[in-house]
Design a protein around this ligand. Sequence first.
Ligand code: SF4
Length: 444
Amino acid sequence: MINVRKGRAVFVETWGCQMNDLDGRRLVGLLLREGFSEAPSAEEADVVLLNTCSVRDKAEQKVYDRLGRLALVKKKRPGMVIGVCGCVAQQEGEQLLERVSCVDFVLGTGRIESLPAVLRRVDEEGDRPVEVGFDLDQVAYTPGSIAHALPYRAAITVIEGCNKNCTFCVVPTTRGRERSRNMDDVVAEAARLVGDGVVELELLGQTVNAYRDPGTGKGLADLLGEIGGLPGLRRLRFVTSHPRNFDDRLIQAMADTPTACRYLHLPVQSGSDRLLGRMKRQYTRQEYVSLVTRLRRAMPDLALSTDVIVGFPGEGEGDFEETLSLLEEVRFTAVYSFTYSPRPHTAAARWESDVPPRVASERLARLMDLQRDIQRAINTELVGRTLEVLVEGTDRRGSRLAGRSACNRVVNFDGDGVQVGQFAKVIIEKGLPNSLAGRLLGPA
Ligand code: SF4
């Protein structure tokens, strides 16, 4: 074990996707093993790690704003160490140190396991290390070192990186090329977590369905078969799937695995073939819709969510209307929609952004209005149904219990007698655009 100064407290602030969340817990876990404790806030911590996201320009700007405020805290507490980790670290590297003087080190997404060694260099050598880059053919990962935040739910990274190079996306730069973990390691980690009481597992990857065991070539369909039947596991999810990598074998494996949730996040990005081509998404609208049809044939109750970019360079009113018509055709249960923002090192960043921001914002508002109506209608169709809800806490007002269904809906409900981390049977009484309301029937 590397000797970093013990007895200190670490605070990790995470932005972005589930993979970043999990990386945040990996960073905490690595330092807990070194004798650290976890601080309740950055202001009370000896080591502050900003686990950053660069998927949109706004997310990146937030990091610099946060660093400005942390610099003031550090002035009052000179011993404080500030590290920038995650995607902005990977993308900016050395420049971050030059731009922000309060930063003590930069740690990229492919170098998480080096955290204790990097801290030692800061402590003992007064260095300002920059550790970025990737091991080309493997995922460096210490199973068992992750400080999972909840006892009943956990995530496991199965594949890192992406080989797709969509023209808008910074992920191939910030996360590198695809590297899959050994299936045996993933299955052993899943078994250990489920043995420890985890009832809901999520398998993670930027393109999770591109997973291939490096030795045997077995894919996500095989992995679902291996993990889905672990005694005690109630729910198995995986995210994010690329439509191009979703074959019939995976559809069948999902349908045949009772613990596999009937919910899938399947980013489409646009309903226009012309834009899908410019984005290099590697599928047409028709291919996407045909995949949805095959998925729903195998799993009629499948809930689908998606991502959409509005205002991509070259998007005309006609292209945008095709996106709206796709939403009407597929009827997603949730759409994560954003206006396009150019990212460094991407092909589209070199193109003229010819959709004025005002037009992009108006289109986004129209899309959200339409989707709100669709969600209200879909959720209203669930009235009278009984759903199994994993209890997570209370609603915002603290007056009702709240949790998620297997189809990933937020369900707020009246009743008592079930605890956080337990399953409840809830009858749905009302469908709202972003949640369901119901009444507890009993434990499930
Ligand atoms: S498939 Fe996803 S992660 Fe990969 S480049 Fe495209 S948008 Fe980015």
